[in-house]
Ligand binder design. Structure first.
Ligand code: IFM
Length: 438
C-alpha cells in the first residue's frame, strides 16, 4: 500500500449527486419541459436523460462499484403531485424502489425536494412568487416524508435557490425567463425561504429524527482590478448570492440596499440541521459593466483553467480553493457542512482528476482545522442534461452516449474509486495532481 498523506475520517460520506429532471427522463409535467419545448435550450431537450425512471439500477451498480456510501437524488414534485392536490401512487412506488435499491447497495441517500423543477400547475400560479407557495410546498414535503420516511431521513429542501432565482429572474436562462428583475428575484427568494421553513417544520413534526438542510451554490468572486468599484461589486455578489440564505438562516437582514427590497422571513432563522455546499467556480468581476463582459460584469479570463465551454458563455474557472472560501463563510451557522456538489464540465477528463484531488485536499485541510465537514458528493456519476446548455457540458465520471445509453468510465472514475477504497489520497496522486493541467 502506498503512503496516504491525505486521509479522511472513517465515517466520511463519499457520494455522487444527481437530480430528477437531469437523470430520470420523460419528465413532461414540469415547467422545464415547457421551457425546453419553447426552444430555450441550446443543446437539445432532456428526452430520456439518463433513463433513471426505467433503469436507475444500472447506475446504482456503478455507484456500488466505486464504493460509494452515499448518494444524493431529488424527487420530481411534478411526478408526486401531477395536478394540484392529486397525488400519484405510481411515483411513490418507483421512488421507494429506487431508495431501496440504493440502500441495499450500502448508500445513505440524501433526498432533495426541489432541484430547479416543479409542476406546471405550480408555475402557472407564479411559482415561489405565489403567497400560497409555502403552504403548497409544505403539503408536498409532508407527502414525501409520509410515503418515504421509513427509507430516508436526510432531506435537502432546496437545491441552489440562489441559482434558481438568479437564472430565472435576472439572467433569463431558466424559466420563467425574466431579465434583470431583481425585485422579483428577491421576492421569489423570500418565498423559497418561507417554503423551506414550512417544510423544515413538517418534516420534523412527521419524523423526529429528520436531518433537514438546504444546498447552496457558492462561487468565489474576484475583483478583476484592484479598484474600489470592482471590490464593491464583489461584496454585493458575495453578500447576496453566496450569503443571502445564510443571512436568513442567521436571522439577520440582507445588506443594504437589498434588505429594502427583500421579504423578511423571521420564521426561517435557525432552521437548518446541516448545509450542503455546491462548489465549482471562480468568476472575475469588473465594474462598471463593460461591453466585453458578461451579465453583471462577470468574466472568465481566457488563461484560467476551464473545462467545456458553454454555447455562448464560459462555464467558469475551475477553482478548488472555493471549497475553503465556502466552508469558512458558512461555518458561523454552526451546523455540519457537506460538499453536496463539486465537479467540472470536462468531456476529455483533462481537469477533473486535478480538480477532484485539489478540492479534497482543501476539504481535508478545513476538517483538520476543526471545521465540521462530513462528506463529499461529486457532480456527477454520468454525463447528464445540463439545463440551458443541454447536453453540451459533460460532468460525468462516466461518459454517457445519450442515444444508446452506453456508459464509458473516464479515468476519474477509477481515481475516485481508489481514493474511497484508501480512505485518502496516495502520495503519488498528490504529486501527480499538484499542478493545474496545461
Ligand atoms: O447540473 C448542475 C446542478 O443541477 C446544480 N449545480 C450545478 C450543476 C452543474 O452546473
Amino acid at each position: 500500500m502506498q503512503v496516504i498523506p491525505v486521509s479522511f475520517p472513517k465515517d466520511f460520506l463519499w457520494g455522487v449527486s444527481t437530480s430528477s429532471h437531469q437523470f430520470e427522463g420523460g419528465n413532461t409535467l414540469n415547467q422545464w419541459h415547457d421551457w425546453e419545448r419553447s426552444g430555450h435550450v441550446r443543446g437539445g431537450p432532456s428526452g430520456a436523460a439518463c433513463d433513471w425512471w426505467t433503469d436507475a439500477e444500472r447506475d446504482l451498480d456503478l455507484c456500488a462499484s466505486l464504493g460509494l456510501n452515499a448518494l444524493r437524488i431529488s424527487l420530481e414534485w411534478s411526478r408526486m403531485e401531477p395536478a394540484f392536490a392529486h397525488w400519484s401512487d405510481t411515483a411513490v412506488v418507483r421512488y421507494r424502489e429506487l431508495l431501496r435499491a440504493a440502500r441495499s447497495r450500502g448508500m445513505r441517500v440524501f433526498v432533495t425536494l426541489h432541484h430547479f423543477t416543479h409542476p406546471r400547475w405550480f408555475e402557472a400560479r407564479g411559482g415561489f412568487l405565489d403567497a400560497q407557495a409555502p403552504e403548497l410546498f409544505r403539503h408536498y414535503a409532508k407527502r414525501a416524508v409520509r410515503s418515504l420516511g421509513d427509507l430516508v431521513t436526510d432531506w435537502v429542501t432546496f437545491n441552489e435557490p440562489n441559482v434558481y432565482v438568479a437564472f430565472g429572474y435576472v439572467f433569463a436562462e431558466f424559466p420563467p425567463g425574466r431579465l434583470n428583475e431583481l425585485n422579483a428575484a428577491l421576492t421569489a427568494f423570500g418565498g423559497i425561504m418561507r417554503s423551506h421553513a414550512a417544510a423544515y417544520d413538517v418534516l420534523h413534526r412527521e419524523q423526529p429524527e429528520a436531518n433537514v438542510g438546504m444546498a447552496l451554490h457558492y462561487t468565489a468572486f474576484e475583483p478583476a482590478r484592484d479598484n474600489p468599484l470592482d471590490r464593491q461589486l464583489v461584496d454585493a455578489y458575495d453578500s447576496l448570492f453566496n450569503r443571502g440564505a445564510l443571512s436568513y438562516l442567521m436571522g439577520e437582514p440582507l445588506p443594504l440596499p437589498f434588505a429594502m427590497m427583500a421579504t423578511s422571513v423571521p420564521e426561517v432563522a435557525g432552521k437548518a440541521d446541516f448545509i450542503g455546499l455546491n462548489l465549482y467556480n471562480r468568476l472575475h468581476v469588473r465594474a462598471p459593466l463593460g461591453e466585453k463582459f458578461g451579465p453583471g460584469g462577470l468574466h472568465v479570463p481566457p488563461e484560467v483553467p476551464q473545462g467545456d465551454h458553454g454555447h455562448i458563455s464560459p462555464y467558469g474557472e475551475a477553482y478548488p480553493k472555493v471549497v475553503t472560501a465556502a466552508i469558512k463563510s458558512w461555518a458561523p451557522l454552526g451546523v455540519p457542512l457537506y460538499v453536496t456538489e463539486n465537479g467540472v464540465p470536462d468531456r476529455d477528463d483533462r481537469l477533473r482528476p486535478w480538480l477532484m484531488v485539489q478540492s479534497l485536499i482543501e476539504l481535508r485541510r478545513m476538517w483538520q482545522q476543526g471545521y465540521d465537514v462530513r462528506g463529499y458528493f461529486h457532480w456527477s456519476l454520468v454525463d447528464n442534461y445540463e439545463w440551458s446548455e443541454g447536453w453540451r457540458l459533460r460532468f460525468g465520471l462516466y461518459a454517457l452516449d445519450e442515444l444508446t445509453q452506453q456508459r464509458t468510465a473516464r479515468p476519474s472514475a477509477e481515481l475516485y474509486r481508489q481514493i474511497i477504497a484508501d480512505g485518502g489520497i496516495r502520495r503519488e496522486t498528490v504529486e501527480k495532481y499538484e499542478k493545474e493541467p496545461e
